[in-house]
Write a protein that binds this ligand. Structure first.
Ligand code: HEM
Length: 455
């Protein structure tokens, strides 16, 4: 008789069975776009509708996704709605740049994200995670794990890409970034309606002051490092130095360097933090999955001191993280817009349409996954992996604009999980009732209050 417990099914909105009214739709878009999608978005290869802001295509078919993001990527730019949200914050940073600026910038930054370079970050990642564990010295107690993971990943980012030399206090800086995305990073109903830019987006006005403060800190960070470079100091060869050395006619402008500091601080920690939080939550609700992972971690830690090797040495830990990113993709929506009208099979993608390749619906698609709503890390175990199509699992996107930090994030996540789970145990309590909400990233509404105890 099979005694394996039924898999844990974590909370998520149920697909809508009828479309919302216009007003309801505006309200949902503002509150939580994840609640917008109906049955067809989770069952059909694509859904083509005429939305309030023009034609909209929800792309779920891996072939179609490959067509848009890879094979015919040249015909697609970032969608207008996404750019309206992000460009005022990130300007010409890598995430929002297009055309020649994007190509030049991606080339300039690539050296920091080579496998060799990323392996070099492992000791700093380990140091940060080990120091972080000390904050739980009065465990057992209840902590907000969502907030804690943001602090941990911010510290790792600051220590690796910036060698700890970011202006302002660490906690303050991380909080400002959160506030910035909280206020400015929402889909404003006016953007969806493609209202003219001169109409003020109330949702974003509150973020303006934070943005100005943030830009001042970035300018200060650059000035501090420049002063050291001018003095001929022995400066760290990190991301910040690389960007400053790339300044010039064939490299980056001063404004682009600033934009990229904001971009990498913004894109480089919150996403990983969300995925770590959801992983610890799912594992706490499925202790039968957690136990073998704890054993795997204990075993590797006892024989392999080099943290750069842990990602490959811990397939079960990695699989749990990947499965949590399937259920709660930190970047729930990848948006594009055809530059010229395009076709795929019998689908027409008209010029200017919004094409949504949403990890949220693709990862929960009933035609692509068995029991898509359930937390089943074994899907990602090495022997099962090849059953997953490259374009049905997109936590980091695909094609030329694939996440530049993907390998960084995977290494960081496994090191963080190994250190945290080898020393501590995270359990849910009565107040742990997260509800996934899309605010740029997939966040747990209400945070993740969890009981942390020593193992
Ligand atoms: C679990 C963690 C992460 C997730 C799920 C994630 C997800 C993504 C996704 C889906 C994209 C593609 C967006 C699109 O095609 O429209 C992207 C792009 C990007 N990511 Fe990440 N990311 C993560 C971590 C990081 C880290 C650690 C960094 C930096 C250190 C980073 C920096 C960027 C940048 C700069 C881009 C823009 C790349 C380009 O357009 O050329 N991300 N990320």
């Amino acid at each position: 008789m099979d005694t394996a417990p039924a898999p844990f099914v974590p909370p998520a909105p149920t697909p809508r069975t009828s479309p919302p009214s216009f007003l309801e739709m505006i309200r949902i878009v503002y509150r939580n776009p994840l609640e917008l999608w109906g049955e067809p978005s989770y069952t059909k290869p694509w859904v083509s509708v005429s939305g309030v802001g023009g034609p909209l295509v929800i792309a779920n078919d891996p072939g179609l996704i490959r067509h848009v993001l890879v094979d015919n990527a040249r015909n697609y730019r970032m969608s207008t709605v996404r750019q309206k949200i992000l460009r005022p914050i990130l300007r010409d940073g890598l995430l929002t740049a297009e055309g020649e600026v994007w190509r030049r910038s991606r080339r300039a930054m690539a050296p920091v994200f080579t496998p060799r370079h990323i392996a070099g970050f492992a000791p700093a990642m380990l140091r940060c995670a080990e120091a972080f564990v000390d904050r739980y010295d009065h465990a057992p107690a209840i902590f907000d794990i969502a907030r804690d993971m943001t602090m941990l990943t911010y510290e790792i980012l600051a220590e690796t890409l910036f060698s700890g030399e970011i202006a302002g206090s660490p906690g303050g800086f991380a909080k400002q970034v959160d506030h910035l995305f909280e206020t400015m990073g929402r889909v404003d109903p006016l953007d969806l309606l493609r209202a003219p830019d001169w109409l003020p987006r109330i949702s974003r006005l509150r973020g303006r002051r934070t943005l100005a403060y943030f830009r001042r800190l970035v300018a200060e960070t650059i000035a501090m490092r420049e002063a050291r470079l001018k003095q001929g100091d022995d400066v760290p060869e990190d991301f910040l130095t690389l960007l400053l050395r790339a300044e010039g006619p064939d490299g980056l402008t001063r404004a682009e360097i600033e934009d990229n500091l904001i971009t990498f601080i913004g894109a480089g920690h919150e996403t990983t933090a969300r995925a770590l939080g959801w992983t610890l939550y799912c594992l706490a609700e499925a202790p039968w999955e957690r136990e073998p992972i704890e054993r795997e971690i204990d075993g590797v830690l006892s024989r392999e001191p080099d943290p750069a090797k842990w990602l490959d040495a811990m397939p079960m830990t990695r699989a749990a993280f990947e499965e949590a990113m399937r259920l709660y993709p930190p970047a729930p929506s990848i948006n594009r817009e055809p530059i010229e009208t395009d076709t795929y099979k019998d689908l027409t993608l008209v010029k200017g349409a919004t094409v949504l390749a949403m990890p949220w619906t693709i990862h929960r698609h009933r035609g692509l996954w068995d029991r898509p709503e359930a937390f089943m890390p074994e899907r990602f175990h090495p022997q099962n992996r090849e059953r997953i199509d490259r374009y049905q699992y997109l936590p980091f996107g695909a094609g030329p604009r694939v996440c530049i930090g993907a390998a960084f994030a995977m290494q960081e996540a496994v090191i963080a999980l190994a250190v945290l789970m080898s020393r501590l145990r995270f359990d849910t309590v009565a107040e742990t009732k997260p509800w996934p909400v899309q605010k740029l990233t997939t966040q747990p509404q209400g945070g993740l209050p969890m009981k942390v105890s020593r193992r």
